[in-house]
Ligand binder design. Structure first.
Ligand code: AMP
Ligand code: MG
Length: 508
């Protein structure tokens, strides 16, 4: 009898035994300098905290199977068939300083699937272990930031703001060591792609124009197909990317969102909000609001976001110059024209949304001043941004809406005066009924946002007591942010003084 082959067999930790995904991994087919292949590290005791079943279904995944094996798959312990796990290379400006090599230090792209709408989506594990880009990091994520990203990214989706999505959260059963010892977790993120402004910078910084071109072609093919046949697709790409960011950042301002770390590596070329680290929603209106503990100088304050968007896009433009025109001077001129139009683009999106927030369907010259004067009163009288606009929705009629609106201001006199001017403007608006206007306003002025204190309460219960009920409740309320949901009225309320959260942390 021949010798048995048994002695040559090895146990493969990441054995592929399941096929719940139909992967088509286009990024893995790009040139090798784009990424490093890397399998996730094993974790001790994976437990599925949450599976986003509607999203899983939208992605064409086997939900039944994921209920059973989701803990193993979304922790990185079990690699699904067809996955081609890799860490992406990128660079980036962090708080204005350029770092030529960042890359996925704790994120691993499992692969891409085509969803039910025919859109290509990345599935990425965040906190799945070290990669060649980890530097001194442990490659891991703590439970708190994972829950925060889950809550906020799903809230953004429900609010109608382009954002990466949350597919799953898994606890690892392993500690992570930060300032204190925390429970570890892995977050599964779904994105139109994970390509960042910093990805372009990675190649440009190395003088690798072929790399920039390959990336730009890939991005056009994946995110900006309509530009493919343009005479100069690269300047068109730049223009379209600026347009998407202008629209996105305007949406952030409309809902009081503060990203917190708008480094160029945290700006997705797809136009989705990405990287929910120390992000937070503003309660009391103040354009200078900053929550992030590491943003000492307020670089990424609420009202600075449009300008920082332009700064980041200027860095993107620099990477595209050799593609835009062989004549360097001409390339700069073309790119400058585009970046100089960004301010106007932003202003158009912002004012359009603000008009909707105050219930205007028509356009008049004085509308900007009307909006600005409301914001000025809100700031002076410390009104809650979300609540004031929500209550304004009901203030055009004769009910108790006006009193409720006025009660969000410390001193109501200036707000009352503003209401008179607003009512006068409404007489010249289209002929909608009060009810119709109120309904339209409620559809853009959310009742529910992921308020910091609520997130913090949900995280504390989960981390301290393994109690996920507040996390679940918050997700349920935030899934319908524009509905009244009277049973959850308490979730509309701003924090009490003792509940106020003054700082948020990136959690890396
Ligand atoms: P972020 O602040 O999350 O945008 O991350 C900035 C950079 O640090 C990226 O290159 C991340 O991959 C990396 N990074 C963040 N946290 C960790 C970690 N725990 N281990 C390794 N790399 C990390
Ligand atoms: Mg990042």
């Amino acid at each position: 009898m021949p010798e048995p082959y048994l002695e040559h067999m090895t146990i493969i930790e990441n054995a592929s035994t399941s096929r719940p995904f139909t992967f088509d991994n286009s990024y893995a087919r790009l040139p090798q300098q784009f990424f490093t292949r890397q399998v996730p590290s094993q974790v001790a005791e994976p437990w599925l905290i949450k599976l986003n079943e509607p999203l899983a279904a939208e992605l064409g995944l086997d939900v039944e199977m994921l209920r059973r094996d989701g803990a193993a798959i979304f922790s990185g312990n079990l690699l699904p068939d067809g996955a081609d796990p890799l860490a992406m290379a990128y660079a980036g400006h962090q708080f204005g300083s350029f770092v030529p090599l960042l890359g996925d230090g704790r994120a691993i792209l499992l692969g891409e699937v085509i969803d039910h709408n025919g859109q290509r989506r990345d599935i990425q594990l965040k906190g799945a272990g070290q990669t060649p880009y980890s530097r001194r990091g442990d490659g891991r994520a703590a439970l708190g930031p994972v829950l925060r990203e889950y809550i906020v990214s799903e809230a953004m989706y429900a609010l109608g703001v382009p954002a990466t999505r949350a597919l799953a959260a898994v606890s690892t059963g392993q500690p992570v060591y930060r300032e204190s010892i925390l429970p570890g977790a892995v977050f599964t993120r779904v994105a139109a792609s994970h390509i960042r402004v910093g990805t372009f910078q990675f190649f440009a910084a190395r003088g690798d124009t072929d790399g920039v071109r390959a990336l730009a072609d890939y991005v056009i093919d994946r995110h900006y197909r309509e530009l493919k046949d343009r005479d100069n697709p690269y300047i068109a790409l730049y223009e379209a990317a600026c347009e998407r960011q202008a629209a996105l950042i305007a949406r952030w301002l409309h809902i009081g969102f503060i990203h917190g770390v708008m480094n160029t590596d945290n700006m997705a070329i797809s136009g989705e909000t990405i990287d929910f680290g120390p992000c937070a929603f503003m309660d009391t209106y103040n354009p200078g609001t900053v929550f992030s503990s590491i943003d000492q100088r307020g670089r990424y304050a609420y009202a600075n976001q449009p300008g920082i968007g332009q700064w980041n896009l200027a860095r993107l433009g620099e990477t595209l110059l050799p593609l835009i025109d062989a004549d360097a001077e001409k390339a700069v001129e073309l790119a400058n024209t585009v970046i100089q139009q960004y301010g106007e683009r932003f202003q158009i999106h912002w004012l359009r949304g603000m008009r909707e927030k105050i219930g205007l369907a028509t356009v008049e010259d004085g509308d900007l001043e009307l909006v600005q004067s409301l914001l000025a009163v809100m700031q002076a009288q410390q009104a809650d941004f979300t609540l004031a606009f929500r209550r304004l929705s009901d203030a055009s009629g004769s009910g108790d809406g006006e009193a409720l609106f006025l009660s969000t201001f410390r001193e109501p006199d200036a707000a009352r005066e503003w209401l008179a001017g607003w009512r006068e403007r409404l007489t010249r608006d289209d002929g909608r009924t009060e009810d119709d206007r109120a309904a339209a306003m409620r559809a853009v002025n959310p009742a529910f946002i992921p308020r910091n204190h609520r997130i913090e309460q949900a995280i504390n219960a989960a981390v301290d007591d393994a109690d996920f009920s507040l996390f679940e409740a918050l997700l349920a309320v935030l899934a319908k942010p524009y509905d009244d949901q009277p049973g959850f009225a308490a979730y509309m309320e701003p924090p009490k003084p003792e509940e106020r959260v003054l700082q948020t942390f990136c959690g890396t």
